[in-house]
Ligand binder design. Structure first.
Ligand SMILES: Cc1cc2nc3c(=O)[nH]c(=O)nc-3n(C[C@H](O)[C@H](O)[C@H](O)COP(=O)(O)O)c2cc1C
Length: 447
């Protein structure tokens, strides 16, 4: 039997295309309306998606004048979405650079209880330079330091989730014992950046630990993912680089002693699906024509840590020398490598580059029929490029609906995708083991 693939819905404003918010077919609801997000989650759940995912940034982007840069804080929003759904996994982004391990360990354990074991944490180190200034710092923490901090953060967070044995709560009215304190322990974590005594002030969640998700693709990012991530989001504009990433990540995970199927790799796919290829192309062009080049330029600048691109003409072919060397970028390094590689390969003008990035910011965009979209998905999933996809509809909710109605049934007919949820938790959906809180020994416990 063919291995089943995974589908995650990446919820991003009114759709992933820069111009989605202005398009007449996108949702009329305000982006601060929880009903907008619960509705999308319910649609994805009806389509049997494994999970939904909410991204997050810790600063306001000033191009908000011409682009919707607002959303609800993900952990808070997922608490509400959990109550409006029953099976779908819920992945929230949260940063290791601007919080303490005790904060997030507690919030994610709470969400895991609230959702009945459906929560995942997209661990980010916050590439945006503006974020530092919102957290009592002037300068951005360097790329290397951010990952070093994240490493210590994860050690502490994992220890906190494991500071309770699964059977620590007794809740025995008869004997008067609420908890077996031999089954709860301090963690006494001491590292360069953190001192956490523990234990967590909350019992283990249904999944033991939330599903750990990560999306960095630099050398440091891949190393971190290989050690900790159980699902990995990644951006590719061609199959060949996705295959290289997939093979590299699985072999790095193996070198860390982890089984390949315990790290689910999900490249982004932004599909425009329509009855005919011509109609799909027409819809894609309609969206591209609505995109604003000033917004695109500002977004490009943010990716490159604030580098100024305003002097570059829109219609002259770009050269790699027009960009800072990605190795020197302290922001989203892997995405800058992707962009400079694209310019080198295809000799694009700035206008063409911005149009290519407007679709899904450097993720794979595709316009075609349901059959063609299913073929693409099957090809990547059977040719060592993906375990499934991070679906990024250009327009929400309509292009999520066309994917669910058109593509999902074909994937199901081909035996590639589930026809019903088989488990209860996000770990069940992704086929991930539940980590044990090991090492509890009644005889060594203190009073
Ligand atoms: C699908 C996807 C979603 C991401 N979501 C976020 C996010 O919500 N917040 C954030 O700060 N970074 C986000 N990132 C960026 C990554 O966490 C990471 O910072 C970036 O890919 C650069 O990683 P690198 O420095 O290891 O190359 C996302 C990346 C991808 C591919």
């Amino acid at each position: 039997m063919m291995k089943k693939m995974h589908l995650n819905l990446f919820i991003h404003t009114r759709g992933h295309h820069e111009a989605a918010w202005r398009h007449g077919d996108s949702s009329p609801l305000p982006l601060t309306d929880i009903g907008y997000y619960t509705d999308l989650a319910q649609r994805a759940e009806a389509g049997l998606f494994d999970s939904i995912f909410m991204a997050d940034q810790l600063s306001l982007r000033w191009d908000v004048k011409r682009a919707p840069r607002t959303w609800l804080e993900p952990i808070t929003a997922l608490g509400a979405i959990a109550m409006a759904t029953s099976r779908i996994g819920l992945i929230a982004t949260a940063s290791t650079t601007y919080s303490e391990p005790f904060n997030l360990a507690r919030q994610f354990a709470s969400l895991d209880h609230i959702s009945g074991g459906r929560v995942g944490w997209n661990i980010v180190t916050s590439w945006s330079a503006d974020a530092a200034r919102n957290y009592s710092g002037d300068d951005q923490v360097s790329h290397a330091d951010r990952y070093a901090i994240a490493e210590e953060y994860l050690q502490a967070a994992k220890a906190l989730w494991d500071s309770w044995a699964d059977d620590a709560i007794l809740d025995d009215r008869e004997s008067g014992l609420y908890a077996d304190i031999d089954r709860i322990r301090p963690i006494n974590h001491v590292s360069e950046h953190y001192q956490v005594e523990g234990p967590l002030n909350l019992p283990r969640g249904p999944q033991g630990r939330p599903v750990l998700v990560q999306a960095g693709s630099s050398d440091a990012g891949r190393g971190f993912a290989a050690r900790h991530a159980e699902a990995v989001f990644t951006a590719h504009m061609e199959k060949a680089t996705a295959q290289e990433f997939y093979a590299d990540l699985k072999s790095r995970a193996a070198a860390e002693g982890r089984a390949g199927d315990q790290v689910v790799v999900l490249p982004g796919l932004s599909p425009v699906v329509a009855g005919t290829e011509e109609e799909a192309q027409r819809l894609a062009t309609e969206l591209n024509d609505l995109a604003d080049t000033d917004v695109g330029r500002q977004r490009l600048s943010a990716r490159f840590g604030g580098y100024d691109f305003t002097h570059l003409p829109l219609d002259t072919p770009l050269k790699p020398g027009d960009f800072p060397d990605p190795a020197t970028v302290e922001a989203a390094r892997s995405r800058t490598e992707l962009i400079v590689g694209l310019v080198e390969r295809e000799g694009l003008t700035l206008r063409q580059l911005l149009s290519r990035l407007a679709g899904a910011r450097g993720h794979f965009t595709f316009a075609g029929t349901p059959e063609q979209t299913a073929d693409l998905i099957q090809d990547w999933c059977t040719d060592g490029a993906a375990d499934g996809f991070n679906i990024m509809p250009p327009l929400l909710p309509t292009m999520l609906d066309s994917f669910i109605e058109g593509v999902v049934p074909i994937l199901q007919q081909r035996g590639l995708f589930r026809t019903a949820y088989e488990g209860e938790t996000l770990r069940d959906h992704y086929g991930l083991d539940r980590p044990e809180a090991t090492g509890f020994d009644k005889t060594q416990a203190a009073d």
